[in-house]
Design a protein around this ligand. Structure first.
Ligand code: INI
Length: 176
């Protein structure tokens, strides 16, 4: 499998973005940095569809529906779950992570987990800040990279021949 370093060229790719409204001061920043990241890498406005959902718990169903529609090369999920005084946090985190992972496996479409799970509001704000952790921008980059990875694997599979020119043990070991 030869992977191209030019995965940043995303012109022509289509993306669904599912963003929770809960903790809007954080998720709004995640969303704007994600959209900026897509634009920066050449994605056209009309190739992106954003769907807002009430909270992180609602993300998996919408992500799976978008992925299964066949209209998107990848789906990006954005949300912020912040620990409170009850076990609610644990239930939501477990469901949203399991649901997003399952949706990707069920549909074969890359679905990015851009959901913050933090102990405090300050941690979430820092992670959403485009000048700090910039998790929204990072989610955009991961989505673009995953589309390329899946395309390369599928192209190799479509050629139908046995592996004759892999990237080799020596190169793989050097990258470790
Ligand atoms: N949803 C979030 O996205 N983040 C949270 O921190 C959160 N907390 O803490 O309650 C949250 N709750 C709402 C939940 O995602 C659902 O929208 C709700 O339970 C209705 O299904």
């Amino acid at each position: 499998m030869k992977t191209s370093k030019r995965f940043h060229r995303a012109a022509g790719l289509t993306f669904g973005v599912v963003a929770a409204k809960f903790n809007q001061s954080v998720t709004g920043k995640l969303l704007s940095s994600c959209l900026d990241g897509l634009t920066k890498h050449g994605v056209k406005d009309h190739h992106v569809e954003v769907v807002r959902v009430p909270g992180a718990f609602e993300i998996p169903l919408v992500a799976k529906t978008l992925a299964a529609s066949g209209r998107f090369d990848a789906v990006i999920c954005l949300g912020a779950v912040i620990r409170g005084d009850t076990p609610h946090f644990d239930y939501i985190c477990a469901e949203v992570s399991r649901g997003i992972g399952q949706a990707a496996l069920d549909t074969g479409v890359p679905i990015v987990f851009g959901v913050l799970t933090t102990e405090t509001v300050a941690q979430a704000v820092e992670r959403a800040d485009p000048t700090k952790f910039n998790r929204g921008g990072e989610a955009a980059k991961v989505a673009i990279e995953m589309v390329t990875v899946m395309r390369v694997i599928k192209a190799d599979k479509d050629t139908g021949s046995k592996l004759t020119s892999g990237n080799g043990l020596a190169r793989a070991k050097r990258k470790q």
